[in-house]
Design a protein around this ligand. Structure first.
Ligand SMILES: Nc1ncnc2c1ncn2[C@@H]1O[C@H](COP(=O)(O)OP(=O)(O)OP(=O)(O)O)[C@@H](O)[C@H]1O
Ligand SMILES: [Mg+2]
Length: 224
């Protein structure tokens, strides 16, 4: 059976994953601080907006939307029009996490999807939820099951510590895992990307060099 796919918006990535992310799917984008998770997520939402697809950005940190937009507007892929016209919308989950229990968090996300019916969604970063729910593994299972009821591609970003590739509690439920790597080589740090998992997809397993420039994130050498 042919799987429908959504282009990622990341230059050089789609040729490594048979053309894009499966629809629906939950993709974990993991990496250390500054590895490019949020930039990846915005580039993905902007790509959709340019195609007329609705996108939702859910922040679990209550980061100021104005500040985020200011940072993201330094990239060429960013187009403020899509934020102004509501093609991409911001949901602050962070300020409510402490008050809501598991069921209420899930219901809130479900209500947001039902109301806006987005093609693309981002929860950035997902691992913060671990501080608020009693059973994180169970929560992740229920979140992913709920998200699968919609024809949405959801990116969950995951922060990892030194030497860790991805948060395992998220990885086992995700359909795909993309690892953004920062590696010290001599005096400099080099960026790489590796696709650790992509269900239903014959994908690259190599470490591909990655660049973040004013144009956004680009996978440099698409070798298989
Ligand atoms: N305009 C730009 N041109 C080139 N590189 C940039 C530009 N803006 C940001 N960067 C690089 O991208 C990095 C930020 O990436 P981003 O915020 O997406 O990472 P993150 O993984 O979400 O980090 P965090 O863990 O802090 O949330 C910066 O640290 C910088 O190295
Ligand atoms: Mg970030």
């Amino acid at each position: 059976m042919q799987i429908s796919r959504l282009p990622s918006g990341i230059k050089g990535l789609d040729s490594l994953i048979e053309g894009g992310f499966p629809i629906p799917s939950i993709i974990l984008v993991s990496g250390s601080a500054g590895s490019g998770k949020t930039t990846f997520a915005f580039q993905f939402l902007m790509e959709g907006a340019k195609r007329g697809e609705k996108g939702i950005y859910i922040s679990t940190l209550s980061e100021s939307w104005d500040w985020m937009l200011r940072f993201m507007s330094t990239f060429q892929f960013f187009d403020a029009r899509y934020v102004e016209d509501g093609t991409i919308i911001y949901i602050d989950l962070g300020s409510e996490l402490a008050e809501l229990d598991e069921m209420k968090i899930l219901n809130k996300i479900r209500d947001v999807i039902a109301y806006h019916t987005p093609q693309r969604m981002v929860i950035d970063p997902i691992n913060v939820v671990n501080n608020y729910v009693k059973n994180y593994r169970q929560f992740m299972f229920e979140l992913v099951t709920m998200l699968k009821e919609w024809s949405t591609v959801t990116l969950l970003t995951g922060e990892v510590g030194e030497g860790e590739k991805y948060p395992v509690d998220v990885g086992y439920t995700a359909d795909g895992i993309i690892s953004l790597i920062m590696r010290s080589e001599g005096d400099i740090i080099k960026r790489y990307v590796q696709i650790l998992k992509m269900r239903g997809t014959a994908h690259s397993l190599s470490n591909h060099p990655l660049e973040i420039t004013g144009e956004g994130i680009e996978v440099l050498r698409a070798r298989f």
